[in-house]
Write a protein that binds this ligand. Structure first.
Ligand SMILES: [Zn+2]
Length: 730
């Protein structure tokens, strides 16, 4: 199945950290404060495993001054390289840059953990203050003319330097990244670019904080027992505690987050309340007033268009895609359009199935968006005889975690062992730490697991890289984390999760394995530091092992009886894999297409509401579905540059993951050792040392084909291969 939808990515702040490691600057008065030797965040991480994050040893108030000091230190390091009297060489420029910014990497990691998982009023204030400063810092590095002149000189001489492929890749990436960030601009243009980046950084923060405010304060309060019709006990309990914690003791609350809304829309038999909850959810950021995001989005689009022109690109989309695997917006659009038609056609079939059930039940309704999940569930029961509630008792969070560990052992020879409570400090008592070793018992890294929802933690699930693997001067062991929002059970009771959540668990673990398996020399090329339309490929692929017999037989165990999930239920799950693919694909693609078209629109002033309506009308959006992320709540596109003009990436990556899975099926099956070794060598361990198109071909023996994707989703396969082809290297 897909995981298009979930998995907001991953690397969060690591993106910033990655950028920082390769960037240079000019000194700045504001940042020239003497580093505070007493700030515990500025000290290298000490303790076992190559050093560990110093949780419990600093105050939130230390974060902002530590960021300031670490930026100043990084700027000074970079300036030493830029000012060097020696002629530029690969070693004294490109490699030297790799050794800079280590303090900032560490402090940014802590900052990222707090903004994503401990985001209270104090942290929000730090974020508001620091976001534009961090953006300005990046520009100081990219706009350092002397530094870029040295990089360019090394790049011009590249054919005479005897560089190995990893070194050539690093040099090409540095040169390209600096060019793309404005290093070739004249001074007034650089100044304007920097202004634009800082304004944008503030707008992204505003967008995110508006969205978080609506998600965390809005709710539908259920006043009486009859409002709960259709809800199983677990959802009722969650609604009780949600109401209690929001000052509505004695009632029930459906809060305005996906994890609360989706189950309600699936199970509530109260159509009036489904509509009410649905409207609340799809209107996030679009309610007028201080928290409305439309004006912010219009401003973001305007500034992005200006920035793209300044940098010499027709649109923001062209700029963003240049260093992706797709390379150009047209190719991404081509893939999306190839999938749109069969997906929309499938929606009409799905709606007809649902309408038939509604008619049989004499419901007297036309299927509306707030009915889709509810009737889809009925179709699933009728067609596949599969009830989510029958599956859940077999899906114990901790057992599935053991299953993921087992898969990592089978595919990559990794072993996971829990560290005793207290042996490594954590930022929150629910967080657990596991040590990862290879088959020979050698230390590989640490895996932090933060599974439960809590106030101030961003919704969804993601992976974060606390420390990247590299071994330029010595082995630096990796530290990664997986984060999700499961509702914590009562003490001693297992946490039971849905099939979707189990898949997401494996997905995020795929990102973690991408980090843990990394085996590269240079930190900029490490682990998940790959183009964003490639980064979801390893994670989407790993989802497939959840469906394999050994995992289900050994780890999908009933929480009371310990019996494995029955074979016939597994067959039903497998048959149901293609179920609802019209809905899943269309709600995702609608968002991905709107994202791309907004960023291809260029200068024209944009009214986000109108643009969304017009674009969906042109596409022929089925009236029974809304976008997975409507524009005013589309954090992928507007909480940062990261996935702007990039939401297509999930489909692009899934084309690769579907095709890669078939490599196992063409071999000896999911645990084929030879295919697993190729996967490790060319994908999971390679980081960004190789162009993704080249790496994929080395793994698969050919370019990816869209056929596997269409088969996976149960759509008709046509002859065209619109998937990735050889990427052009300069
Ligand atoms: Zn992901």
């Amino acid at each position: 199945m897909i995981d298009l939808r979930r998995s907001a990515v991953i690397v969060g702040l690591a993106t910033l950290a990655a950028a920082c490691a390769t960037q240079p600057p000019a000194p700045d008065k504001a940042m020239a404060k003497a580093p505070d030797a007493n700030n515990p965040l500025l000290v290298p991480w000490s303790g076992p495993y190559g050093g560990i994050p110093p949780f419990g040893n600093f105050k939130v108030e230390d974060i902002a001054p530590a960021l300031e000091a670490a930026m100043a230190e990084n700027l000074a390091e970079i300036d030493r390289i830029a000012q060097s009297p020696d002629a530029p060489t690969f070693e004294n420029t490109i490699v030297a840059m790799e050794r800079t910014g280590l303090t900032l990497d560490r402090v940014s990691t802590i900052y990222g953990i707090y903004t994503s998982t401990m985001n209270d009023a104090k942290v929000q204030a730090i974020e508001t203050e620091m976001a534009p400063k961090l953006a300005a810092f990046n520009d100081k590095i990219f706009q350092n003319g002397r530094l870029f002149a040295r990089i360019a000189a090394v790049y011009e001489a590249r054919d005479r330097l005897g560089l190995n492929p990893e070194q050539q890749r690093l040099l090409w990436l540095d040169y390209t990244t600096f060019s793309r960030a404005g290093a070739k601009l004249d001074d007034p243009a650089k100044k304007r670019l920097s202004d634009l980046n800082q304004q944008l950084a503030s707008l992204y923060t505003k967008f995110s904080q508006n969205l978080l405010a609506e998600e965390s304060t809005q709710m539908v309060v259920l006043e009486q027992e009859s409002d709960l019709a259709g809800l199983p006990p677990a959802l009722r309990e969650a609604a009780v505690s949600a109401a209690t914690s929001r000052g509505q003791a004695g009632k029930w609350a459906i809060v305005n987050t996906r994890s609360s809304v989706d189950p309600f829309l699936t199970l509530s038999t109260r159509r009036d309340l489904r509509e009410k909850v649905w409207r609340m959810f799809i209107m996030r950021g679009d309610n007028g007033g201080a928290r409305d995001n439309n004006a912010t989005i219009a401003e973001i689009l305007k500034l992005r268009a200006e920035r793209a022109r300044l940098l010499g690109y027709p649109t923001h989309a062209h700029w963003r895609l240049e260093d992706s695997m797709a390379k150009a917006p047209e190719r991404a659009l081509g893939l999306m359009e190839a999938v749109w038609k069969p997906a929309a056609a499938r929606v009409h079939e799905e709606v007809a199935d649902m309408q038939a059930i509604a008619d049989r039940e004499k419901a007297g309704i036309r299927i509306s968006p707030w009915d889709y999940r509810f009737y889809a569930e009925k179709v699933r029961k009728a067609k596949y005889d599969l009830d989510e509630n029958d599956v859940k008792p077999y899906l114990q969070l901790e057992k599935l975690r053991e299953g993921m560990f087992w898969v990592a052992g089978e595919l990559f020879g990794l072993r996971f062992a829990p560290l005793a409570d207290g042996s490594v400090p954590v930022y929150q008592p629910d967080v657990r730490v596991f040590r990862v070793t290879d088959a020979a018992g050698k230390h590989v890294g640490l895996w932090y697991f933060d599974p439960y929802a809590r106030p101030g933690k961003r919704s969804g699930a993601w992976m974060n890289e606390y420390r990247r693997q590299w071994h330029l001067d010595h082995d630096v062991p990796v530290i990664v984390s997986n984060n999700s929002n499961f509702v914590k059970g009562k003490p001693g009771e297992p946490v039971l999760i849905s099939w979707d959540d189990a898949r997401t668990l494996f997905h995020e673990f795929g990102h973690a394995l991408h980090g843990l398996n990394s085996n590269v020399i240079y930190p900029s090329l490490s682990g998940t530091s790959v183009p964003r339309d490639y980064v979801e490929f390893p994670s989407q692929l790993l989802e497939r092992w959840l469906y394999t017999r050994p995992v289900l037989d050994r780890f999908a165990l009933h929480f009371r009886t310990g019996a494995p999930v029955p074979a016939e239920m597994v067959q039903k799950i497998e048959r149901a894999q293609r179920f609802n693919q019209g809905f899943i694909t269309v709600e995702y693609l609608a968002s991905a297409l709107v994202d791309m078209k907004l960023h291809l629109a260029g200068d024209a002033p944009i009214d986000p509401r109108q643009f969304e309506r017009d674009t969906l009308a042109q596409l022929g959006m089925p009236s029974e579905i809304v976008m997975r992320h409507r524009t005013p709540q589309f954090a992928h596109a507007f909480a940062g540059d990261g996935y702007s003009a990039g939401y297509y990436s999930y489909l692009w990556s899934d084309t690769l993951s579907a095709d890669a899975w078939e490599a196992f099926l063409e071999g000896a099956g999911p645990y084929d050792k030879a295919v697993a070794k190729r996967l490790h060598d060319h994908v999971f361990s390679a980081g960004n040392t190789v162009d993704p198109a080249v790496a994929y071909r080395a793994f698969r023996g050919r370019d990816p084909d869209i056929g596997a994707l269409m088969r996976k989703r149960g759509f008709p396969v046509s002859g065209s291969n619109v998937a990735a082809e050889r990427a052009s290297r300069p």
